[in-house]
Design a protein around this ligand. Structure first.
Ligand code: FCB
Length: 445
C-alpha cells in the first residue's frame, strides 16, 4: 500500500508543452531544427505553440492544485537558459522557471525538475552533439547554473530523461532529433549522456539536493526457448535496461553488451575514471514504463535502435494496445520493479512516467476516457503490489498532465489527463483526471 508520504504527481516536458520558442531570448534547440525538416514530424507539426504553457502556466498550476497533485515533474529548456549551450545565463529564460517553481511551492506542489528532456541547444549539436565528449562538460556547467538559481527551492533533481532515446533514436534510427543515422555515434552518445549525468550530479549533490536520472526501462521476455530467442531477449534487455542501469548502479558496463556493441564501435571514448563518477551518482532512480517487450530471434537482419543486434524481432504478445500501438500489460511493470529490487543495490524508486494515449472523444459533457482510467488503475495496482513485496517505490507521476506534442507523432496522440483544444488552448480535465484526483485524495486505490 501507498504510505502517506507517497508522492502523487503528473509529468510534462518543456518542448512538448511550452511553445514560445523564440521568446525572452530562447535559442533554437535540435527539436526546432528537426521539426522544421520536411517529413520528420507527422502532419508537419512543431512545438512552436504546443500547449502554450509558457504563457498559461499560472492557470495550469491552478489546475494541478485543483486535482490535489503533490508533485509536478517538468523539464527546463536548456536553450532558454543558455541560448547557445554555453556561456552566460539568459536571466529572462531562467526567470520563467523561477516563477514556475515559486507558483508550485505556493500551492504546496513539489517541483520535480528534469534538466534535460531532449531539447539540446542547436549550437552544441553543430559542434558534435552528444557523440562529442564536450557536450557532457557543457551539460554539467548548465546544471550548475540552474542549481545555483533554484537550489534553494528544489530538493529533488533529475538530470536526464531517457538517455536511451536521446542516444539511439536521436543518433541511430534518426526518428528523433537531431535525426542522425550513425550507430557508432549513438553508442558514444549513450556514454556521454551518462558522463554528463555523472558530472552534473557532482555539482548538484548536497545535503538538500538529491540527484536522480530517469530511464525508460522495460520487462523483456523471449517468445520461446530456442537459443536464438533467449539470445534476443538477453540483447534487448542489455541495450534497453542494463546498458544504463549497470554503469549507474554497479559502476561498470555489462560485458555481454560491450561484446555485442563491439561490432559497431570500439570503446576508446570511455576514459579512465568515467565509470567511477557515473557509478557514484544516484540518490534515486526514475523509471518510465509504458509497455513490455516480447522478442525473438530472426534470420533477416533489420536495422533498429538496437544497434549491434540485427537478428532480433519484436513479437506480438496478443494483448490490447493503446493508440500508440503499445501493448497494455501492467504485470510488466510489477516484474520490472521486482527485478530492480533483486538485481541492483537498493535505491529509492519513482515512476516518473506512466500513462497511455487513446483516441479521446470530446463530448458535450466532457471526455470519458475509460480506457485511460483502466490503464492507470492497472499500473497503480502493480505499484501497490511491488511496494507490498518490499520495492522502495516512493512516488508516481502520470504521463501526462496535458495533451501535448508527441515528438515525431506530432499532436495526434493524446496522453493527457487534461484535454487541450489546440485551437483555443482550452483545458478540459478528462474523467481520468477526476479519477486520479480521487486516488490522491484517498491516498491509494
Ligand atoms: C516518453 C517521453 C515522453 C513522452 C512519452 C509518451 O518516452 O519521455 O516525453 O513522449 O514517452
Amino acid at each position: 500500500m501507498f504510505d502517506p508520504g507517497f508522492l502523487w504527481g503528473a509529468a510534462t516536458s518543456s518542448y512538448q508543452i511550452e511553445g514560445a520558442v523564440a521568446e525572452d531570448g530562447r535559442g533554437p534547440s535540435i527539436w526546432d531544427t528537426f521539426a522544421a525538416t520536411p517529413g520528420a514530424i507527422q502532419g508537419g507539426d512543431t512545438g512552436a505553440v504546443a500547449a502554450d504553457h509558457y504563457h498559461r502556466f499560472p492557470g495550469d498550476v491552478a489546475l494541478m492544485a485543483g486535482l490535489g497533485l503533490r508533485g509536478y515533474r517538468f523539464s527546463l529548456a536548456w536553450p532558454r537558459i543558455q541560448p547557445t549551450g554555453s556561456g552566460a545565463v539568459n536571466q529572462r529564460g531562467l526567470d520563467f522557471y523561477r516563477r514556475l517553481t515559486d507558483t508550485l511551492l505556493d500551492q504546496g506542489i513539489q517541483p520535480w525538475p528534469t534538466l534535460y528532456h531532449w531539447d539540446l541547444p542547436q549550437p552544441l549539436e553543430d559542434r558534435g552533439g552528444w557523440p562529442a565528449r564536450d557536450t557532457a562538460e557543457r551539460f554539467a556547467e548548465y546544471a550548475a547554473l540552474v542549481h545555483e538559481a533554484l537550489g534553494d527551492r528544489v530538493t529533488h533533481w533529475t538530470t536526464l530523461n531517457e538517455p536511451w532515446c536521446s542516444a539511439f533514436l536521436g543518433y541511430a534510427t534518426g526518428r528523433h532529433a537531431p535525426g542522425r543515422r550513425d550507430p557508432a555515434a549513438a553508442v558514444r552518445a549513450a556514454h556521454h549522456l551518462l558522463l554528463g549525468h555523472g558530472l552534473a550530479a557532482e555539482t548538484i549533490r548536497g545535503d538538500d539536493s538529491h540527484v536522480g536520472i530517469t530511464l525508460n526501462l522495460t520487462h523483456v521476455t523471449p517468445v520461446g526457448t530456442e537459443p536464438a530467442d533467449l539470445d534476443a531477449a538477453r540483447r534487448i534487455d542489455g541495450m534497453q535496461n542494463r546498458l544504463f542501469l549497470d554503469p549507474l548502479l554497479r559502476g561498470a558496463y555489462p560485458d555481454d553488451v560491450l561484446a555485442d556493441l563491439r561490432e559497431v564501435t570500439g570503446f576508446g571514448h570511455v576514459h579512465d575514471g568515467d565509470l567511477k563518477r557515473i557509478g557514484a551518482s544516484l540518490d534515486h532512480l526514475g523509471v518510465n514504463y509504458y509497455a513490455p517487450m516480447l522478442v525473438g530471434g530472426s534470420s533477416t537482419p533489420t536495422q533498429s535502435a538496437y544497434v549491434g543486434s540485427p537478428l532480433v524481432r519484436v513479437a506480438d504478445g496478443g494483448r490490447p494496445r493503446t493508440a500508440m500501438g503499445w501493448e497494455i500489460d501492467e504485470r510488466g511493470l510489477l516484474e520490472l520493479l521486482l527485478r530492480l529490487k533483486d538485481d541492483y543495490p537498493a535505491v529509492p524508486l519513482y515512476i516518473t512516467e506512466n500513462g497511455a494515449a487513446f483516441d479521446d472523444v470530446v463530448e458535450h459533457d466532457g471526455v470519458h476516457d475509460a480506457h485511460r482510467v483502466a490503464y492507470l488503475d492497472g499500473h497503480l495496482r502493480s505499484c501497490a503490489q511491488a511496494i507490498g513485496h518490499g520495492v522502495p517505490l516512493k512516488g508516481y507521476f502520470v504521463w501526462s498532465l496535458l495533451d501535448n506534442f508527441e515528438w515525431s507523432f506530432g499532436y495526434g496522440p493524446r496522453f493527457g489527463i487534461v484535454h487541450v483544444d489546440y485551437a483555443t488552448q482550452h483545458r478540459t480535465p478528462k474523467d481520468s483526471a477526476r479519477w486520479y484526483a480521487e486516488v490522491i485524495r484517498r491516498g491509494g486505490l
